[in-house]
Design a protein around this ligand. Structure first.
Ligand code: PEP
Ligand code: MN
Length: 287
């Protein structure tokens, strides 16, 4: 059933995610509002590797305008032979780096067993693409009321993504932010295919904030700035990107990690069109 020309499909499967709110749903992560109108930028390393690495990254991204620090301690790697993350020690390092830079922190939790530690050390918990339908994890996180960043599964439809959000909402946790991070398609040119139309569609279907992860969507450093701009243009409430002091030596996702300089350039590029439009309007209004 379509209730307007917009796609506000009322389905029992995702009734909580698609119900109408009076205004926007804003998710607060400490003093940061996601979905409040201003686009937010979340940045940091794919994996926390060392104190020095995460501290320097936190300082650099905070200076350039990021409002949240990301960093993985429990890493969902395709191969068991790849770096699995520093675990609890990584959480501590991330927390310290966030505190020193004045940034709230977000990190992924993969197991129900780590929910308590995640809530203790992080201000927001990421449910990764591979765990979007880990229902036991979602049910446990629903009880915490902790802000959740729910990534879209690489092979999940928009409806399945919203139904996964309903596990959190229905279970009592209203603090849900959705994240599009690319899906699997026939085209192997990039790591994934960024579904920007899916973001616009989800924006019509739900009032939950939605952000975009251009790093995992493309897998390619040179495309991050352009796809981040596109994400904001399509109506996303923000972006989450990977940044590393030396991407060539990163223990995970180096090819898609921005250098500090690259991150600053991305931030400039995000602001530029908005600034030029605003200036143009002022000039025309004054004429
Ligand atoms: C990540 O954020 O580093 C990550 C593994 O993300 P995703 O779950 O989207 O692959
Ligand atoms: Mn990564």
């Amino acid at each position: 059933m379509l209730d307007t020309w917009r796609t506000r499909e009322i389905s029992v499967d995702h009734r909580k995610a698609t119900e109408r709110y009076d205004g926007r749903r804003v998710v607060w992560v400490k003093d940061v509002a996601i979905g409040g109108g201003d686009a937010v930028v979340i940045a940091g390393p794919c994996s926390v590797e060392s104190r020095e690495q995460v501290n320097s990254t936190a300082t650099a991204v905070g200076r350039a305008g990021a409002v949240l620090l990301r960093g993985g301690a429990f890493k969902p790697r395709t191969s068991p032979h790849d770096f699995q993350g520093l675990g609890l020690e990584g959480l501590r390092l991330l927390r310290d780096a966030g505190d020193a830079a004045g940034l709230p922190v977000v990190t992924e939790i993969m197991s129900e067993d780590d929910v308590a530690a995640g809530c203790e050390f992080a201000d927001m918990i990421q449910v990764g693409a591979r765990n979007m339908q880990n229902f036991a994890l979602l049910k446990k996180l629903a009880k915490t009321r902790h802000p959740i960043l729910l990534k879209r599964g690489a092979s999940a439809t928009v409806k399945e993504w919203l139904s996964a959000a309903d596990y959190l909402l229905h279970g009592g946790n209203e603090n849900v932010v959705l994240c599009e991070r690319g899906i699997k398609t026939f085209d192997q040119s990039l790591r994934n295919t960024l579904d920007l139309a899916g973001v616009a569609l989800a924006k019509e279907m739900t009032d939950l904030p939605i952000i975009v992860d251009p790093s995992h969507a493309t897998g390619k450093r040179s495309l991050i700035a352009a796809t981040a701009r596109a994400a904001i243009a399509v109506g996303a409430d923000g972006v989450i990107v990977e940044v590393h002091p030396h991407p060539e030596t990163a223990l995970s996702d180096g090819p898609q990690s921005l250098t500090f300089e690259g991150f600053e350039e991305m931030m400039d590029g995000l602001c530029r069109p908005l600034r030029s439009i605003a200036q143009g309007r002022e000039v025309r209004a004054a004429a």
